[in-house]
Design a protein around this ligand. Structure first.
Ligand SMILES: NC(=O)c1ccc[n+]([C@@H]2O[C@H](COP(=O)([O-])OP(=O)(O)OC[C@H]3O[C@@H](n4cnc5c(N)ncnc54)[C@H](O)[C@@H]3O)[C@@H](O)[C@H]2O)c1
Length: 354
């Protein structure tokens, strides 16, 4: 077996620590270093027997790894990503790729020019059930997708906001924090979005954000979608509470996405496929099958994939360009809700919204 791919993690916070744990579960990868300006991270690095650096610049000067995971605050993703690209180091950037689509485009273009892989941490795409759903859709089993409905309804308790004041500040509402994941999955399964109409309502708790928003999406293939997000609804219908990806969330047995096509429908994450047993008709009986699939940790799968991309064995699943397009849709939802207008999207880099 070839030597493990050496991966450094920048940002030893909530998700950075989960990446460190995921690397430990992959034979093809090893943690090479930790980067975090917070001195508390030095002890964490010592525990993992790797060197600690206070900045990415110091790391890249001292010992260039094969890849870097940026689990840092959104505001430094592009700056840190550009440093990795300049030193020819493959990079997996946590979502969202940047604080705006136009800023994301700078990183995507630099990576393209330097031929350095930039991946985005939309890890849900690495869930085997999403791979299976993608396979079902692309194989034509449900025919041409005409509609999708997605719910991202959860209740965040007051102490969630009290323990990190930025969570109450403008820009940290559920559209940008939570819906970005769902938009990425819906785009992956249904295709590019060409227009958005959205509505949002201010937080009942008085924070500088929405606590509920709903969007009508039109896809390039002519399908339409409705998607609603709220962090103020007590409900079992969110990816967090249904997909069993993160043990911190007590799971329910519900589904939160429904995709409808000309030959059948699919609910997720329970992966139930509904079709007419014989002739397609609302007069004829329908049959439902739960499609079998394996289960594995998407964060671990993402590390394996990153290692294989670095080794030149796979193409990136979530490219910088994909992260850019997802961010464009999120921005369009925010813009449409604010202006109370339809927002059209153009996908060329640097042309965020019309
Ligand atoms: N994929 C997911 O499901 C998921 C979940 C949570 C967070 N995230 C994303 O991960 C990123 C980090 O979020 P978090 O919740 O872990 O934040 P966090 O605040 O818990 O951790 C961020 C860490 O980065 C460190 N840091 C700050 N500036 C740095 C720099 N220039 N270089 C290196 N380290 C630096 C901080 O000291 C801190 O330890 C955000 O972009 C967030 O959106 C993704």
């Amino acid at each position: 077996m070839s030597a493990p791919i050496r991966i450094a993690v920048a940002g030893a916070g909530l998700i950075g620590k989960r990446h460190v744990a995921a690397i430990a579960q992959c034979r093809e990868a090893e943690l090479s270093a930790l980067v975090d300006p917070n001195p508390a991270a030095s002890e964490y690095a010592r525990l993992h027997n790797v060197p600690w650096f206070q900045s990415l610049e110091e790391l890249l000067k001292a010992d260039k790894p094969d890849g870097v995971i940026l689990a840092t605050p959104n505001q430094v993703h592009v700056q840190n990503g550009l440093e990795c690209v300049a030193s020819g180091c493959a990079v997996l950037v946590e979502k969202p790729l940047a604080t705006s689509a136009n800023e994301a485009a700078i990183l995507v273009e630099a990576a393209k020019a330097a031929n350095v892989p930039v991946l985005v941490g939309h890890h849900r795409r690495h869930n085997p059930l999403i791979r299976k759903a993608h396979e079902i859709i692309t194989s034509g089993k449900i025919g041409q997708i005409r509609a999708v409905h997605a719910a991202c309804w959860m209740f965040k308790p007051d102490d969630y906001f009290d323990e990190a004041p930025w969570r109450k500040a403008a820009g940290a509402g559920p559209i940008s924090v939570n819906l970005v994941h769902d938009i990425d999955l819906i785009r992956y399964l249904c295709g590019d979005v060409v227009s958005v109409q959205a509505q949002a309502a201010p937080s009942l708790r008085g924070y500088d954000n929405e606590d509920v928003a709903s969007a009508l999406l039109v896809f390039e293939n002519g399908a339409v979608g409705t998607i609603t997000v709220s962090d103020m609804i007590v409900s079992p219908w969110s990816w967090e509470l249904t997909a069993r990806e993160n043990p911190a969330y007590p799971p329910t047995t519900q589904s939160c996405y429904v995709l409808g096509g000309t030959h059948g429908s699919l609910s997720l994450p329970d992966l139930t496929l509904w079709q007419n047993a014989e002739e397609r008709s609302w007069w004829k009986p329908m049959a439902a099958i739960t499609v079998p699939r394996e289960t594995s940790d998407p964060l671990v799968n993402q590390i394996r994939h990153f290692s294989r991309v670095i080794a030149g064995k796979e193409e990136p699943l979530v490219t910088g360009e994909e992260g850019y397009k997802t961010l464009q849709v999120v921005e369009a939802i925010q813009q449409s809700a604010k202006l109370r207008q339809t927002v059209l999207l153009r996908h060329e880099l640097g042309n965020s919204t019309a």
